[in-house]
Every structure is written in C-alpha cells, then in structure tokens.
Design a protein around this ligand. Structure first.
Ligand code: G1P
Length: 273
C-alpha cells in the first residue's frame, strides 16, 4: 500500500523571480489557492495518509502557512458568522494533520532532497510529486497507484514532448506494452537532441522503491553538478528493477515558469468545479 508521499519544495524558484525572492513559488495563488494545495489534494484523494514536505530555512513561510492556528482562532472569535473563514481554517487544519517537514538547506538537487526522507519512509514504495507539475482533470497519482498494484513495480508519469524542448526534461528509453503503458529501459536527465532516446518525458509523479535510498547514498552529482533522482532511477533499472511508464490522462500545467503559471491560473479558473 502506498500511504506516504514526498514533495520536494526547497528549490529556489529562479524562473519566477522577483516574486520568489520573498514568496515561495508553491504558495503563489492559482485561482485563489496556493499551487501546493492542488498537489496536496491530489495526494489525499489518492489515499495518501502522510505527506513529507521538504523545505529549506529560506522557505519556512510554507511551514507557517499551515501553523497559524491562533491567528484563525482569534479571527473566528471576532467574526463568528463568517463561514468562509471557518472553512479555510478547517482545510488548513486537515492538511496540517497529514504533513511533516524535512529540511534541505543547500539546493543540491532532487536526489539529495529525497535522501533527507530516508528514515521516515516505512513501506517498500512511496509516491513523489514535483510541485511545478500540475495535472488537472484526472488524478495522476491515483492512476499511478493503480498501475503499481497491477504491475507490482515502480511507476513514473510521462508525456510526449516537442524534440525542441527535450533538454528541459528527463527522457525515457521505452519498450511499449500498450497505448498508455511502457517498460522503461533507460532514463537520461536533460539530454540534448542527439542523446535523447525518445521524446517520452519524465513528468513529476513517481512511485519509487525504498531501495532508491541505498543508491542515493552513493549517488554522484550529474548534470549541472546536482544529485538527480533520475540518475538513481537509472541505476535501479540497470540492476533489473522494474519501472513502468504511464502516459497519463488529464491536462498538464507547468507552474514553474511565469508563462506557465499565468496559463495555469487561466486554465484552472475556467474549470467548472
Ligand atoms: C525534474 C526532473 C526531470 C523531470 C522534470 C519534470 O526537472 O529532474 O527529470 O522531467 O522534473 O518536471 P526540473 O523541473 O527540476 O528541472
């Protein structure tokens, strides 16, 4: 059973400067709610019971966001008839009960961030979500958990990308199983066009095995001198661990760039909820 999720949030958010010099990008509102809440909701709806948020000292506002009880309680006392206020507080408390914080104070890469959670992961597999990747209309994590049960393996979300943008993504080498699923035979972090074995990209939803911590322990820095989770996944694949790729249903929104962030707000606000 997949009951724990990890969300790395210690990234600097340079693509969204100058806003992110004071506000963590994951708290920027998308249609009135922090982007992070959409990711938390996806976890909760897919049956996750504990969510580990990896933050840094510079991003403690994220922690504060969930721990403003006195502020809400005083406000509710002053405005007891305000239903919206009560609902907001209730929602924050619900999240607060499920989350744990872990610190990554130097931005050494996603692999390094995940390694900080080593002692907290209890089961053989866990879910990992990248907060820049928002997937709406369908719950991608739920789909991955279903596939994990079917294939009894690790699973990673994927979508086909334009060859001109290939170096922005982790890219899979694949062996097709059917229209939606494939066996991952290799993965390369941000390859150039010539190196890319396909245009099937890694999208930020992963079901990973606990063994990855052993690999991460010894993982050397890769592209841009960062410790990449992709490189450890590659080692696991080479050691015959089964990894399935899933072309997810639903709409992908990139919240990590200004253009993508604006587009996400437009797309989400036009949804009928
Ligand atoms: C990370 C991963 C990359 C993946 C991408 C998905 O890159 O390293 O393999 O394709 O997320 O969004 P980042 O966005 O941190 O550069």
């Amino acid at each position: 059973m997949i009951k724990q999720a990890i969300i790395p949030l210690a990234g600097l958010g340079t693509r969204l400067l100058p806003l992110t010099s004071v506000i963590p990008k994951e708290l920027l509102p998308i249609n009135g709610r922090p982007g992070l809440e959409y990711i938390l909701d996806e976890c909760i709806e897919s049956g996750i019971k504990e969510i580990i948020l990896i933050i840094s000292k510079k991003k403690e506002t994220i922690k504060k966001y969930f721990f403003r009880d006195l502020f809400y309680q005083n406000l509710i006392k002053k405005k007891p008839k305000n239903k919206e206020l009560k609902e907001n507080y209730k929602r924050i408390v619900k999240y607060k009960k499920m989350i744990k914080f872990v610190y990554q104070n130097s931005p050494l890469g996603t692999g390094d961030a995940i390694l900080k959670c080593k002692k907290l992961i209890k089961s053989n597999y866990f879910l990992m979500l990248m907060p820049d990747d928002l997937i709406i209309k369908r719950n991608c994590s739920k789909q991955l958990i279903k596939l994990h049960k079917k294939y009894k393996s690790s699973v990673i979300a994927s979508m086909k990308v334009d060859y001109n943008d290939i170096s922005r993504w982790g890219i899979f080498n694949i062996k097709k199983i059917n229209k939606k699923h494939f066996k991952i035979t290799d993965v390369i972090e941000k390859p150039n066009r010539k190196e890319a074995p396909s245009n099937y990209a890694v999208i930020g939803r992963y079901i990973l095995p606990k063994e990855i911590f052993k690999v991460l322990d010894r993982q050397k820095p890769g592209k841009n001198n960062e410790i990449h989770i992709t490189d450890s996944i590659r080692t696991l694949i080479y050691n015959n661990n089964k990894f399935i790729g899933h072309l997810f249903d639903g709409k992908y929104l990139d919240c990590g760039s200004l253009k993508g962030y604006i587009n996400s707000t437009i797309k989400i606000s036009s949804l009928k909820i």
